[in-house]
Write a protein that binds this ligand. Structure first.
Ligand code: ADP
Length: 515
């Protein structure tokens, strides 16, 4: 009899679903997108019903595609985006849309927490950096600015809890999503009393806590029939997309660091106990009860390369489109002609403020060191280098608490460029491996599911489920150049810091929003 495990990833822009056999081979996949509501500045919301419908839709699609029989589905496991918040009313109906991580309306409250010192105390227990992304800040914002709504809320939940509630009728949240709320004590695995006091709520208004490997069955009858899923099929609560992506790219063993450069970026490593950064700049989120992921999220990843392409290389972009080749490939070929270090042109990539490593929403980008000899080609290379320097600083912080890295597993759109991959190896002075894994968070969810249900003994068995496309070794000559430039780049960050707020405020005041 065939046997399958399903991994579903509830993402910010779409839900993806992959049906695997028990060896981790992809048998079928589906995805479904939904809108992000941005009615007012800084808002980023989703309709929980859209998300739930998308989950049902993609599960139905993969099951139908392969004509899977109910008894052949051994489990369904979940990944989801972190930090979402939904308020539920007395009748278990949503009082709000899902307020996502990208929503910045709580900024005033996270700044207050940082300024009054309470933020540092709370971070030291929760491992969630104090930031508007976190449900803690969002709840403070709602409590102060919409007190009636806040009072009316019977439960404060997240998107994955909502989906499980619709399927199973209980409010349960696993440790991984809980550890990204800013309200969960990662050392004691419980809701943090200091935060409950601050919000003036009791635990009965939060979901019951369960482990990522815990399971639940007896799916709501009508959804079970609709999908062809048996009442006995276990659903694994799973974890958050960030930590599961580490698992899905086989960055699970000690010292193996996952670097992602997609639109944004991240550096993460798995450790075997919760750890926090003395300066509150890194997150620590649960993967399982005894595996934790320490890392930093970076706003300025590939989106900066996109800006370089659109603003500095518009003609090349048009030519590439006419030739039907990737405009990024054309730009990389241009950058390749410039030596490592861009002849001393440095770039600070903070075009969209920054989270890790500097956690400064006012940060802005800059080129430094320009001479008449520098060309557009230098600018593109130094932009790519600047993105990697910034990630390297996050790596240094991680190294400070979790030890030296042994190897880098790198993923994201940037991996299509051999030049950029090599740059990562050279600046980090580490071997960089590009794992071949499709939808890494779905694979992470499915692997966690296989582990939870006893089909594999160790999470590291994921290594048999992915391939390797490329390995890059550091080039000593390039590394020497980067080693000379890095201290200047770092000092520059510190030198510019006091001016970020002034220039950002000027921009806010003088930018015509209707332009
Ligand atoms: P997302 O993070 O939104 O899922 P991707 O992982 O696909 O997106 O990353 C998109 C980014 O990858 C782009 O902004 C760009 O910087 C980079 N990218 C895409 N194609 C290439 C390429 N051929 N060479 C270098 N970088 C690329």
């Amino acid at each position: 009899m065939a046997a399958y495990m399903i991994g579903t990833d509830i993402g910010t822009t779409s839900t993806k679903c992959v049906l695997y056999d028990l060896k981790g081979h992809v048998i079928a996949h589906a995805d479904k997108g939904y809108p992000l509501y941005q009615d007012v500045p800084d808002m980023a919301e989703e309709d929980p019903e859209d998300i739930f419908n998308a989950v049902i839709d993609v599960l139905g699609q993969v099951i139908r595609k392969v004509k899977v029989k109910p008894e052949e589905i051994k489990g369904v496991s979940f990944s989801s985006a972190m930090h979402s918040l939904i308020l539920m009313d007395e009748n278990d109906e949503p009082l709000t849309r899902a307020i996502t991580w990208a929503d910045n309306r709580a900024a005033k409250y996270s700044e207050e927490l940082k300024a009054n010192g309470l933020g540092a105390e709370i971070y030291a227990k929760t491992g969630t950096p104090i930031h508007p992304m976190a449900p803690l800040s969002k709840m403070l914002w709602l409590k102060n600015e919409q007190p009636d709504l806040f009072k009316k809320a019977k439960k404060f939940i997240d998107l994955k809890t909502y989906v499980f509630f619709k399927l199973f009728g209980v409010y349960q949240m696993e440790y991984s999503i809980a550890s990204a709320t800013g309200m969960f004590n990662i050392f004691e695995l419980k809701w943090e009393p200091q935060v409950l006091d601050l919000l003036d709520i009791t635990t009965d208004r939060l979901p019951e806590l369960v482990a990522p490997t815990d399971t639940i069955d007896h799916i709501n009858d009508s959804y079970g029939k609709l999908l062809g899923i048996a009442q006995t099929t276990p659903f694994v609560f799973g974890a958050s997309d960030g930590v599961l992506s580490n698992l899905g790219v086989n960055a699970i063993d000690p010292g193996v660091v996952a670097v992602t450069i997609g639109t944004s970026g991240a550096v993460r490593v798995v450790v075997d106990k919760p750890m926090v950064d003395p300066n509150g700049r890194l997150f620590c989120y649960a993967l399982t009860k005894d595996k934790w992921v320490v890392g930093g999220p970076v706003n300025n990843g590939g989106i900066v390369f996109r800006w370089v392409r659109d603003q500095l290389f518009a003609p090349e972009k048009i030519t590439a489109e006419q030739m039907q080749v990737s405009s990024y490939d054309i730009l990389t070929q241009i950058a390749e002609k410039i030596p490592a270090g861009s002849d001393g042109l440095l770039f600070q990539p903070y075009l969209g403020g920054e989270r890790a490593p500097i956690w400064n929403a006012y940060a802005r980008g800059s080129f430094f060191g320009l001479t008449r000899q520098h060309t557009r080609a230098h600018m593109v290379r130094s932009a790519l280098e600047g993105i990697v320097y910034n990630l390297y600083v996050v790596m240094l912080m991680i190294e400070g608490i979790a030890g030296k890295p042994k190897r880098i597993q790198a993923t994201g759109g940037f991996a299509r460029s051999a030049l950029w991959r090599q740059m990562l190896a050279d600046i980090f002075e580490q071997d960089v491996t590009i794992p071949e894994s499709f939808e890494s968070s779905c694979l992470g969810a499915a692997t966690l599911g296989l582990y939870a249900l006893g089909y594999i003994d160790e999470l590291s068995e994921v290594k048999n489920m992915i391939g390797v496309t490329e390995v890059h070794h550091p080039n000593a000559e390039n590394f020497e150049v980067y080693r000379e430039l890095l201290p200047i780049w770092l000092r520059l960050s510190r030198t510019l810091e006091p001016e970020y707020k002034a220039i950002a405020e000027f921009q806010k005041k003088h930018t015509n929003p209707n332009k």
